[in-house]
Design a protein around this ligand. Structure first.
Ligand code: BGC
Length: 744
């Protein structure tokens, strides 16, 4: 405990009030002991400060959403964004911002994907850690959310995520782990859903065992708004603060639980102490909200993040004299943010059309509305006519607000029909067509082959209009890369058959094969791969060096590579380092083809070369082994791959790694849902367990008999092929159980 002397002086009622919040956005104050009330507001892309009793929020600056900022692959940029938000919090007397939101994009359909960063846990963790560091450097708190497995909006308050431990550790928790270890967020926010039958808000495993005991989290856990199930169980599990506050019913449950002994005063005191610690960590200072300066930063962040997906014959950047027809209502009503708790009452939005007009020879036609999918044929035709008068058509396309938001999931990944129709009409007529997209998540693009250029601007915040114009006219060289895979069609996505579940539970049957880990393992074509993005210049990679060719898994590996700007324009390249286990994976847990383990963004003048250095350690090569509940590195040969995307590997070198820790001899579950191999009624191992290495060690057969059993025979083979009496088979089953440490 950090403040035992304060906890000691609190009355029981004060303690109960402290752990159950105060109003919608505050912690409970105990003035006589110097415990202030801190205010929290959403988050994560600006301040949604709502005064108690009000619904409207104060005017604030809207930054780009997580779907876009992750594409910057730029830790410094995210830190800068965090610092600015931290200062804004100070100016608005907000103690804590409710972000970042970092759930993994399991399915493109999740309604909140616009807020989340990526399908990749390494990228997610790194950018989240940078954001948190920035905010907290200003004395303001953060809330890393929504912990955990909140990967959909459908029945988000009650669905049960059925997920195996390996996927949980490698994919869904890893981002939180990085952010906790690197930046110590002041709080984590637990999610609404259940995980393997247990509410996140009551999970000691998540809130204490993993979060605090394993990762060393020093902060407090708060509930998502209304996520508390049983408050007393939550306290015992490590859920410190319930939000929103003043929950009189739950206060009653706490009193009862204390009286009947299901909750101890020590458990309550621990949570109280953590809330005091949280309050004391917030350090106020006078600050001024500089709207103009912050607005300008939103533009800069967008410019550093927007992704150029296609640029046939270098149609972009546009020359100022080129006659351009700008089509689509998004040009005058840009979609800059998503809906729900992240919604910002914006300070001022740059209008894309104005910005384009200020730079070039531009005409405009509405073509289709920005707020739905109904349209007028006459408007489409007028747009085509407008394009015929121009040299290039720029279609400002995107998803209307009603398509994606907190609170519901999408059911498809199509753009509104009018947009696809218009793009088709233009390309069929041979009109050079540039498509700019404003959307919070993946869309399919049936016209991708025909379009000349595609710019993915996502939800780029209030400066997006200027950022887009500057990129189209070449004042800025695009340098973002995709933080998620764009599949050819929704049905290709690994979660497709198990999303959004049956209304009660959702099986994460694809396990660790999320995003590019799946598409690459299945050698599937995608529309645009993870990590992909173009530039107006070109880069070459050379001279990949590893400082050793053999090592133990406890050693570190230093990697350097040279990157050169081979074009004639200043540009930034995102250098990606992937690790690929090249060994024979037969008979051991399978690995993805490659996994992102490092990245760097390098700025290069034309002709300039820079050396990029990376340092890899055990975790860069490890998988999570459920049997020993630890990260293991199988003895194997590993390729260190340097890529311009997950699919465009430019250089590769190998290192041999020898394991210092291996899995002890045990019955290994044959599927990621290892338990399935036990008969659920008897909990016995079934006759289908392989006897391979596991059983041969304890059989008292002659070598010939074992050979006769063959490698891949299930245990029933003992009965069918070895002439063993049935009792002996039963005995072997008992021995196997013992070996597996199963005491049932
Ligand atoms: C959302 C959180 C948000 C909270 C407070 C919840 O419904 O899931 O992300 O921080 O409301 O607005």
């Amino acid at each position: 405990m950090n403040y035992p002397e304060i906890v000691e002086q609190l009355t029981l009622e004060e303690k109960i009030r402290l752990v159950t919040g105060y109003g919608s956005w505050h912690t409970y104050p105990v003035e006589r002991l110097g415990i202030e009330s801190i205010m929290m507001t959403d988050g994560p892309i600006g301040l949604r400060k709502v005064d108690e009793g009000e619904t409207a929020s104060h005017v604030s600056v809207c930054f780009p959403s997580g779907c876009l900022t992750a594409c910057s692959f730029d830790r410094d940029l995210l830190e800068k964004m965090g610092e600015t938000l931290g200062e804004e919090c100070q100016a608005y007397e907000v103690g804590m911002i409710l972000g970042p939101a970092i759930n993994i994009k399991r399915s493109p359909l999740c309604g909140r994907n616009f807020e989340y960063y990526s399908e990749d846990p390494y990228l997610t963790g790194e950018v989240a850690a940078a954001y948190i560091k920035g905010v907290q450097s200003k004395g303001v708190g953060t809330s890393l959310k929504h912990y955990a497995m909140n990967n959909q909006e459908y029945r988000r308050m009650s669905y049960d995520a059925i997920v195996d431990e390996r996927a949980m550790r490698e994919i869904y928790l890893a981002g939180y782990e990085t952010a906790v270890k690197k930046s110590q967020p002041t709080t984590l926010m637990c999610s609404y859903n259940l995980i393997n039958g247990e509410h996140a808000s009551e999970s000691k495993k998540l809130l204490t065992d993993i979060l605090r005991d394993e990762w060393g989290f020093q902060g407090a856990v708060i509930s998502d708004w209304g996520a508390v199930h049983y408050r007393d169980k939550g306290l015992a599990a490590g859920l410190d603060l319930e939000m929103p506050g003043n929950n009189w019913a739950n206060q009653g449950f706490i009193r009862t639980a204390l009286a009947d002994g299901t909750l101890t005063i020590k458990e309550l005191d621990t949570c109280v102490d953590r809330i005091i610690t949280l309050v004391k960590r917030i350090v106020k200072h006078p600050a001024k909200f500089d709207f103009e300066k912050d607005h300008d930063l939103t533009r800069r962040i967008a410019e550093e993040s927007i992704v150029l997906l296609k640029n046939k014959n270098n149609i972009l950047p546009l020359a100022p004299e080129t006659k351009v027809a700008v089509l689509g209502e998004f040009a005058v009503k840009p979609r800059i943010q998503g809906g729900g708790s992240a919604f910002i009452n914006c300070y001022g939005v740059d209008i894309t059309l104005d910005q384009l007009k200020g730079r070039g020879n531009v005409t405009y036609s509405k073509a289709f509305p920005s707020d739905g999918d109904t349209w007028e044929e006459a408007e489409l035709e007028a747009a085509v006519a407008c394009a015929k008068e121009a040299e290039v058509a720029v279609v400002m396309a995107g998803l209307p607000d009603v398509y994606e938001s907190e609170g519901f999931d999408r059911t498809h990944i199509h753009l509104p029909e009018a947009q696809n129709l218009l793009i088709r009409k233009l390309t069929d007529l041979g009109i050079p067509t540039v498509v700019v997209l404003q959307n919070g998540a993946v869309v399919d693009m049936p016209w991708a082959d025909a379009a000349d250029a595609i710019v993915e601007a996502y939800l780029a915040g209030e400066g997006s209009g200027t950022a887009i114009a500057r990129i189209l006219y070449g004042e800025v060289n695009p340098s973002g890369k995709l933080a998620e895979t764009f599949p050819l069609q929704l049905e290709d996505n690994p979660s497709y058959l198990n999303f959004p579940g049956d209304g009660y539970s959702v099986r994460y049957a694809e396990s660790i094969y999320v995003g590019y880990r799946y598409y690459q393992k299945k050698r599937m074509n995608v529309l645009f791969p993870f990590g992909y993005g173009l530039s107006y210049t070109t880069f070459s990679y050379s001279n990949l060096r590893l400082d050793r060719s053999e090592m133990l898994d406890t050693d570190e590996l230093n990697v350097t590579v040279d990157v050169t700007n081979t074009g004639n324009r200043f540009g930034k390249e995102i250098v990606q380092l992937y690790v690929s286990d090249k060994g024979d994976q037969t008979g051991r847990p399978q690995r993805p083809v490659r996994e992102l383990k490092e990245f760097a963004k390098v700025a290069l003048e034309p002709g300039e070369t820079k050396t990029v250095s990376f340092r890899l350690s055990k975790r860069s090569f490890a998988y999570y082994e459920e049997q020993v509940k630890d990260w293991l590195v199988p003895t194997s040969e590993y390729a260190i791959e340097i890529g311009a995307s997950s699919k465009d590997i430019r250089l590769s070198e190998t290192v041999k790694i020898t394991a210092t820790k291996t899995v002890p001899l045990k019955i290994r579950p044959d599927t990621v849902f290892g338990e399935l191999l036990r008969d659920p009624r008897t909990k016995q191992y079934t006759l289908d367990n392989l006897i391979k290495q596991e059983a041969s060690g304890i059989l008292s057969f002659s070598p010939e008999a074992i050979a006769a059993l063959m490698d891949h025979n299930p245990i029933r083979g003992l009965r069918n092929f070895s002439n063993q009496p049935p009792q002996r088979v039963d005995e072997i089953m008992v021995e196997l159980k013992k070996l597996a440490g199963d005491t049932d």
